[in-house]
Design a protein around this ligand. Structure first.
Ligand code: GLA
Length: 388
């Protein structure tokens, strides 16, 4: 009926009922075609800048009917995400720089980056696999942070367009930053309506540890100079992992109940951030891993954040067992790049879906060990909407 209807319409029919039916079918087809285009979104590629070694950095723009996201090949970084507020006004809701030199000058924030091989910290930059001890660079208070001195955020990834998005690939050679095994990492960004989906996959040729995450800082107000203290956050976690003075988990899974870490009911970030609490003092605010309720490996709700002023809402779902909720405590307003762009303290928050920090040294934590022959997959979805 369907193709025949089109043919009949194409050549003209004088049967009135048939004509109405074929017009209706054509409408359905056209509607589903536009939905498919909108669902998948359009993808365009342009040059973002040139690295000091002459390598080109590309930017991919993903556009759906609701969101426009830009992702660049340096660090597979999210550059911008434009979404509507409750009145339909579009604004960029992530922190970043307008030009490449901002990212090259800034060695501290990891704005928008895929961090790896190991997102967050490894105690003393040391861990054992099968009895063999490995050492990775210590770049943060004697600990290894976000993959070491030249982590995945500093590499230009290979990129190719895929339906509705872009797939980035990085091959990290055996011994890169002290980590064993050639690690091949693929990160796919796809945009569907209000949802930016990130699919990670990794494989290795020797046993290694891996913990990739995305380090985007959000400010749902669209004003990167304002703080996020009035944003209201819900975290789907009954427990978190307390840290020692250098932000390494003690190994305990502590209940959030009765502490400023209880975000099971939506609460303003600023409501308790400066409370008289040892853990908050150590980190200068929130910079901890929450143990997500539900099964690791299954897509589940991790977080929901509301900006009451703009009405923008961010919902995070993930297959990862944890999320690092970081409130931009180390942002200092320092200016980077030619445009001299800087971001004040607590002007952005991160929801870094991940395995727990320092897992290689905590056998009781979900394992980050990856062996040859296995492909590790994980997915995180950032969904943007609004509320009154
Ligand atoms: C993570 C860490 C923080 C900080 C930021 C980057 O969120 O947990 O301590 O290092 O990255 O500044």
């Amino acid at each position: 009926m369907l193709p025949c209807g089109i043919l009949e319409w194409g050549v003209g029919t004088n049967n009135e009922l048939e004509g109405k039916l074929t017009m209706k079918w054509l409408g359905v087809i056209l509607l589903s075609m536009t939905t498919a285009i909108a669902a998948h979104g359009a993808v365009t590629k342009a040059v973002f800048g040139t690295m000091p070694d002459g390598k080109t950095v590309d930017v991919y723009t993903l556009k759906s009917d609701q969101v426009e996201a830009k992702v660049m090949t340096l660090g597979a970084r999210v550059l911008s995400i434009r979404t509507a507020d409750r009145d339909g006004k579009m604004a960029d809701v992530v922190l970043g720089y307008s030009a490449l030199d901002g990212y090259l000058d800034d060695q501290k924030t990891y704005f928008g980056a895929v961090v790896g091989r190991y997102g967050n910290r490894i105690a003393n930059g040391a861990f054992k696999i099968d009895g063999h001890e490995y050492h990775v660079p210590v770049n943060n208070n004697g600990q290894s942070l976000h993959g070491g001195l030249v982590g995945f955020d500093k590499h230009v990834w290979e990129a190719k367009e895929i339906p509705g998005g872009v797939e980035m690939t990085l091959v990290s050679p055996d011994g890169d930053q002290g980590y064993p095994g050639t690690l091949t990492a693929h990160v796919k960004y796809t945009l569907t309506h209000g949802a930016l989906r990130i699919d990670y996959s990794e494989s290795t040729d020797k046993p290694t540890v891996v913990n990739l995450t995305n380090h985007t800082y959000f400010n749902l107000s669209g004003d990167a100079q304002s703080t996020i203290l009035d944003h209201e956050v819900m975290l789907a976690a009954d427990h978190y992992t307390p840290v020692n003075t250098v932000l390494i988990p003690t190994g305990e899974l502590a209940p959030v109940a009765g502490t400023p870490f209880d975000f099971r009911k939506s609460t303003a970030i600023g409501a308790r951030i400066d409370a008289d609490n040892e853990q908050l003092k150590i980190a200068g605010g929130y910079d901890h891993n929450w143990v997500l309720n539900g099964k690791s490996g299954e897509l589940k709700l991790a977080a929901r954040v509301v900006d009451p002023k703009s009405g923008r809402v961010l919902t995070v779902t993930t297959t990862e067992p944890g999320v690092q909720f970081y409130t931009g405590n180390f942002l200092t307003g320092d200016k980077f790049g030619k445009a001299a762009e800087g971001n004040p303290k607590r002007s952005g928050f991160c929801l870094e879906t991940q395995h727990f920090p320092d897992s290689p040294n905590h056998p009781a934590f979900p394992t980050t060990l990856l062996r040859p022959g296995v492909v590790r997959h994980s997915t995180t979805i950032f969904t943007f909407s609004t509320q009154k």
